[in-house]
Ligand binder design. Structure first.
Ligand code: FAD
Length: 373
C-alpha cells in the first residue's frame, strides 16, 4: 500500500489537503455526523477514515430493531437510574428515530412498523398491572405518544412459543434492513461530497491550537476538527467510562412457518425477528460477560449453545431448522446507559457508548456532535 508521501499532487490535493473535518469510523454515528456537518457547512471538506473495507463494528451487523425501550428494560432502568435520566434517554432515542426516518425514509431502509413484543419467561415476574399505565402516561405526557404498551393475551396462540407466560406489546417499534440503511447513508454522503478513506486505521492523533494531526498506517493528514465515532473501539480514550461488548447472532435457513415481528426477552438480553422466512436470534451476552468484553469478532460456543436451545425449545418448538449464517459485532456499554457526547479539547469531539440502541440514538448523536463546532 502506498504511503501518503508517495501520492501524486492530485491525490494529495483531492484527499488529504485542507480537510476541515475528519471523522474516525464509518458506522451509523460517523456517517450521521458527516451528514449533519454537511447541512451546517455546505462547502467545507469532510473526510471519513475507516479502518475496514466495510464499516467494521456494529452498524452493518446489528439485528435491525428500531426500538426505544421494552417495559421490562425500562423497569430495570427506573430501578437503577434517576427517573428524569430514564426519560432523557428515551427522548434521545425517539429524536434519533425521527431524524433517521426523515433522513433515510421508511422505504429506503425497509422500515416495517410491525410492533415489538417483550416476552416474560416462566421464572420471571410479570409486571404490576398499573406499571404499563404509568409508562403509557409518561410517554403521552412527555412525547405525545398514545397507548404505546399493552398486554397481549393471545401471543401464545398467535406465535406458538413455549416457555413464556406473558407478553407486552409495543405498538411503536419496528424493524429495518440494516444493510440498506447503511448503504443509503453512504450514498447520501457521496452525493454530499463527503470523502471516505477505507482501509485506513487511525493509530493516534496530536492536537495543537490550530489543527489535529491524524496518524494512520499510511501516513499523517491534518484536519481542523476531529470527531471520534469509534464506539466499542474507543476504550483507550475513555478507559473508565466504556467497554466493548460483543454480541452474537444466528440466522436460520428459510422456514416452512415463520413468525413475523420483533421480540425481546430477559430485559433485552435476547432478541429475535423475522428476515424473510428466516429467524435472526441474538443475545446471551449476560451468560458470559467477561469473555464478551472484547473487540474480537468470534463466536462463543457456550452462548451459541444457549441460542440454539432457545430456538429449539422456545421460539420454534416442534419445527426443524438449520443455521444458515452466524456472526458477531462489537457494541459499546458502560456503567451509565447514556451515550458520551463530549469535546476532549477544542478540536477533538467524541460520540460513543451507544449501548444496544444505536439505531435509535445514532442520528441524534451525530446531530449533537455536528453542533459542537
Ligand atoms: C449483533 C448486534 C445486534 C444489535 N442490534 C441492535 C438493534 O437491533 N437495534 C439497535 O438500535 N442497535 C443494535 N445494536 C447496536 C448498534 O448496532 C450500535 O449501537 C451502532 O451500530 C453503533 O454505531 P457506531 O457508528 O457508533 O459504531 P460502529 O458501527 O461500531 O462504527 C465504528 C466504526 O469505527 C471504526 N474504527 C474503530 N477504530 C478505528 C480506527 N482506529 N481507525 C479507523 N476506524 C476505526 C470501526 O471499524 C467501525 O466501522 C446491535 C449491535 C450488535 C453487534
Amino acid at each position: 500500500m502506498l504511503r501518503y508521501d508517495q501520492l501524486s499532487y492530485w491525490e494529495r490535493a483531492q484527499y488529504l489537503s485542507d480537510q476541515t473535518f475528519g471523522i474516525i469510523g464509518a458506522g451509523l454515528v460517523g456517517m450521521s455526523t458527516a451528514l449533519s456537518l454537511r447541512e451546517r457547512f455546505p462547502t467545507e471538506k469532510i473526510v471519513v477514515l475507516e479502518r475496514g473495507y466495510l464499516p467494521t463494528g456494529a452498524s452493518t451487523k446489528n439485528a435491525g430493531f428500531a426500538c426505544f425501550g421494552s417495559p421490562t428494560e425500562l423497569k430495570d432502568d427506573l430501578e437503577n437510574m434517576p427517573e428524569a435520566r430514564v426519560w432523557e434517554t428515551v427522548a434521545l432515542r425517539l429524536e434519533g428515530l425521527e431524524l433517521l426516518q426523515k433522513r433515510v425514509g421508511a422505504v429506503q431502509m425497509d422500515y416495517k412498523n410491525c410492533g415489538s413484543w417483550d416476552l416474560i419467561g416462566q421464572q420471571e415476574a410479570t409486571l404490576e398491572p398499573d406499571f404499563l399505565d404509568y409508562l403509557n402516561g409518561a410517554l403521552k405526557q412527555n412525547f405525545g405518544l398514545e397507548q404505546v404498551y399493552s398486554t397481549d393475551h393471545n401471543f401464545q396462540q398467535t406465535f406458538g412459543f413455549q416457555g413464556y407466560k406473558a407478553a407486552y406489546f409495543n405498538a411503536y417499534e419496528g424493524s429495518i434492513d440494516t444493510g440498506k440503511l447503511i448503504q443509503t447513508l453512504y450514498k447520501q454522503c457521496i452525493a454530499a461530497d463527503i470523502q471516505f478513506l477505507f482501509a485506513t486505521e487511525v493509530k493516534h492523533w496530536v492536537s495543537s491550537a490550530q489543527n489535529v494531526e491524524v496518524h494512520t498506517q499510511h501516513g499523517t493528514l491534518e484536519v481542523q476538527q476531529l470527531f471520534l465515532c469509534t464506539n466499542g473501539f474507543a476504550q483507550a480514550s475513555f478507559p473508565n467510562e466504556l467497554r466493548p461488548a460483543r454480541a452474537q447472532v444466528l440466522l436460520t435457513k428459510p422456514l416452512a412457518h415463520c413468525i413475523k415481528g420483533t421480540f425481546h426477552s430477559d430485559r433485552g438480553y435476547y432478541y429475535f425477528r423475522d428476515i424473510g422466512q428466516r429467524i435472526l436470534l441474538g443475545g446471551g451476552r449476560n451468560l458470559d460477560f467477561e469473555t464478551e468484553t472484547t473487540t474480537t469478532f468470534e463466536q462463543n460456543a457456550h452462548i451459541r449453545a444457549a441460542l440454539i436451545a432457545k430456538l429449539t425449545h422456545e421460539i420454534l418448538p416442534g419445527q426443524a431448522f438449520e443455521i444458515e449464517q452466524e456472526w458477531s459485532g462489537i457494541m459499546c456499554v458502560g456503567d451509565e446507559k447514556k451515550p458520551i457526547i463530549r469535546s476532549l479539547n477544542k478540536n477533538v469531539h467524541a460520540g460513543v457508548r451507544m449501548g444496544g440502541m444505536g439505531i435509535a440514538i445514532g442520528s441524534a448523536v451525530g446531530d449533537a456532535l455536528s453542533k459542537m463546532v
